[in-house]
Design a protein around this ligand. Structure first.
Ligand SMILES: Cc1cc2nc3c(=O)[nH]c(=O)nc-3n(C[C@H](O)[C@H](O)[C@H](O)COP(=O)(O)O)c2cc1C
Length: 193
C-alpha cells in the first residue's frame, strides 16, 4: 500500500491548525513520501494563533512550503504527478472557491488540478453552524469528486487529551490517503467499555 507518493497538504484560515500540524508531523516521518505544503494568508495567521508558532517551524524536512500566491508551485499544473491533496483545515471561503473552480490562489488551483486529473482531493471543512451556502458548496464538492471529511471528531475511542481528538480526524484523513497508521484503534464492537 505505501509506495513512493507525492501529497499536497494545504492549510487555510479555518480553525483547526492542529489537524494540519499533526498530519504534517506524521507524513514527515515517512521517507516514501514527498510533500508540498501550501498555506493561505489567512491560514498562516490562524496557524500562528492556534499553535503559537509559525508554520515554517512545523514544515518537515521532506516538504516544500509555498505561500498562496506563489504560482511557481509545481502542483498548479496537471503535468506535476502528485497523488493527492488534503485541504486541512478548509475554510468556507476555500470550500466555495473549490466548488466554483475559481483558481485564484495555488490552493484553489491545486484542487482544480486534482479534480480535472481525477486525483484524490480531501477537504476537511470547519465551521459551525453551517449556512445553506456552506451545505450547498459541500454537496457540490462531493458531487464533483472530492472527499468531504468534516472536522467532526468522534468520542467512542475515549480521548483523554486534545491531541487524541486531533488524532481521530488525522487518522480518518490517512485512511482516505490509504496510508497505514496506528493513530487511533479501529472500532471494535467486541471491546467492552
Ligand atoms: C481566528 C480565526 C478563526 C477562523 N475560523 C474559521 C473557521 O473555522 N471556518 C471558516 O470558514 N473561516 C474561519 N475564519 C475566517 C477565514 O480565515 C476567512 O474567511 C479567510 O478569508 C479564509 O481565507 P482562505 O480560505 O484563503 O484561507 C477564521 C478566521 C480567524 C482569524
Amino acid at each position: 500500500m505505501n509506495t513512493e507518493r507525492t501529497i499536497i497538504v494545504a492549510i487555510t484560515g479555518a480553525s483547526g491548525s492542529l489537524y494540519a500540524k499533526e498530519l504534517m508531523k506524521f507524513l514527515g516521518k515517512h521517507l516514501f513520501l514527498r510533500m508540498y505544503v501550501a498555506v493561505s494568508d489567512a491560514g498562516r495567521i490562524v496557524y500562528e494563533i492556534e499553535t503559537g508558532n509559525s508554520i515554517e517551524r512545523d514544515v518537515p524536512e521532506n516538504a516544500e512550503l509555498f505561500s498562496e500566491k506563489d504560482f511557481s508551485a509545481p502542483f498548479i499544473s496537471g503535468s506535476c504527478p502528485f497523488d493527492a491533496m488534503v485541504i486541512v483545515p478548509c475554510s468556507m471561503a476555500t470550500l466555495a472557491a473549490v466548488a466554483q473552480g475559481t483558481g485564484q490562489n495555488i490552493i484553489h488551483r491545486g484542487a482544480d488540478v486534482c479534480l480535472k486529473e481525477r486525483r484524490k482531493l480531501i477537504l476537511v471543512p470547519r465551521e459551525t453552524p453551517l449556512s445553506v451556502v456552506h451545505l450547498r458548496n459541500m454537496l457540490i464538492c462531493a458531487e464533483i469528486g472530492a472527499v468531504v471529511l468534516p472536522a467532526m471528531p468522534g468520542f467512542y475511542h475515549h480521548p483523554r487529551s486534545v491531541n487524541d481528538v486531533v488524532k481521530f480526524i488525522v487518522a480518518r484523513i490517512l485512511d482516505h490517503l490509504e496510508i497505514s497508521h496506528q493513530m487511533v484503534a479501529a472500532w471494535n464492537p467486541t471491546v467492552s467499555v
